[in-house]
Write a protein that binds this ligand. Sequence first.
Ligand code: SER
Length: 589
Amino acid sequence: MTVKELRQKFLEFFREHGHAIVPGAPLIPENNPTVLFTTAGMHPLVPYLEGEKHPEGARLASVQKCIRTTDIEEVGDASHLTFFEMLGNWSLGDYGKREAIEMSFEFLTSPEWLNIPIKKLAITVFEGDAEVSRDDESAEVWKKLGIPDHKISFMGRADNWWGPAGETGPCGPDTEMFYYVGEGDPSQKSNPKTDSAKWVEIWNDVFMLYDKRAEGKYAELIQKNIDTGMGLERTSAVLQGKASVYEIELFTPLLAQIERLCGYKYEERLKEFRIIADHARASAFILAEGVLPSNLDQGYVLRRLIRRAYRMGRQLGIEGPFLSRISEIVINQMRSDYPELQDNKSFIMSGISQEEEKFEKTLERGLREFGKMSTDGKLSGKDAFVLFSTYGFPYEMTEELAKEKGIEIAKAEFDKEFKEHQEISRKGAEAKFKGGLADSDEETKRLHTATHLLQAALRRVLGEHVEQKGSNITVDRLRFDFMHPDKLTEDEKIKVEYSVNSAIKADYPVTWEEIPTEEAKKQGALGFFGHKYGDMVKVYTIGKGDDIFSKEICGGPHVTHTGRLGHFKIIKEEAVSAGIRRIKAIFEK
Ligand code: SER
């Protein structure tokens, strides 16, 4: 079964079972400052899992592009990826555990669908702890469906508890489905608890019953949800009988291109090939959403991915920038499902090449310094740290170089320096966080509402060509990118601030309704340019009767009255790229 077929079958199955197919969301979450990337299909659905009504109903399914960086060091083995696609289905207070498990089982084993022999499957279930009891109910359902006792293992929080995706949000116990990848027939005794190397997790049904709050407490959700996630690449790999995700058709053309560039065979240098292929995909998708390499947030992750891939290329003997040539294959291969790749092709390719060039310069400079520091055949830990912190020279490269030249590094001293430095930056980050507001959820809601006011004000002051290109909210500021050809004058900035503050003073109600997308457009609701919407959308209105200040298609959440916002102040106005400006704003204390 091809990857494409698996995507289609999954959606078809859940459509037949009454689910609305919803479009995937962007990789960069729009209004969730607690995470850098969309890490799971449930991510864009958080407000609905928390009880808001979803315009498409209570049964949903999607294919969601995701990035997870927690496993970045594992990339290179057979199953870890930073960028992957997740197939998912959801019940928003609709069906429960039994039906969710029955559907998972039917999709996996029915001859009409994936046709996996039952003996190749094993299940794990939450074993319970002081707070939440053992999930015997799930185990019973699996047993009734024909999974033998010895293939159902009970495990703890580390294995069978999911979420939240950020620091706070919906979470709960889960039951996971594993596929046998060991030699021969799955033996009577083998299961993922005792024999984990022989089993690959392919699907996860989460029972989202709790909401983790900022203070670390778990509150029961009023609405009991189901959230499932199936890794597309992993499942494709096991169905195709491949030993690793890198051997499915999404990767083989990338590996072939790397072979052409370096002369090694994939089998000879698994780790380097895999890292390059994975990072080329992740980088292309991040750049496709307008993020450039930088030292901050998503830009920093992107920078790391490109530089690491570059280093792997160097280890394979590839000279100079090459990664954009791998990403180009990613673009060509995936553009029909992800048109943003094609739309931003030159931005992606040049973004990658420019970063590689920058890194080359960094390496050259580091190399020169390294030479100066190690004239006596030794490199102190302090100097190795300076190379890393001041010259951006990766420690691995220092080590590599030292080995080549027979130079000794005081590693223990480097480690000490590194640790101290980390301590300092962690303390700094904590202090910064504590300086923020006690209730981060409420503060982000206020800034989110201010973003709507800002867009409306910009359109009033500058003209209707102003259109949102991006938005990002942290606990202490909003950032809004929009189309406008020129730098704002002082006078324009004052007018925009005044307009937003007048809307705050007017204490407008903030209300929403779900209406057909067509109707929303007819009413002049602003939408996010280039965004795919379903048939029904949520529209937020600020104002009342004849006095409507803003109307936008948006998932929320928002405050209920603009009077809840503070005094709005623009702190920065700058260019992002040609024709796109960026405003950062805060509430003045
Ligand atoms: N949120 C769960 C996961 O990511 C199921 O979708 O595994």
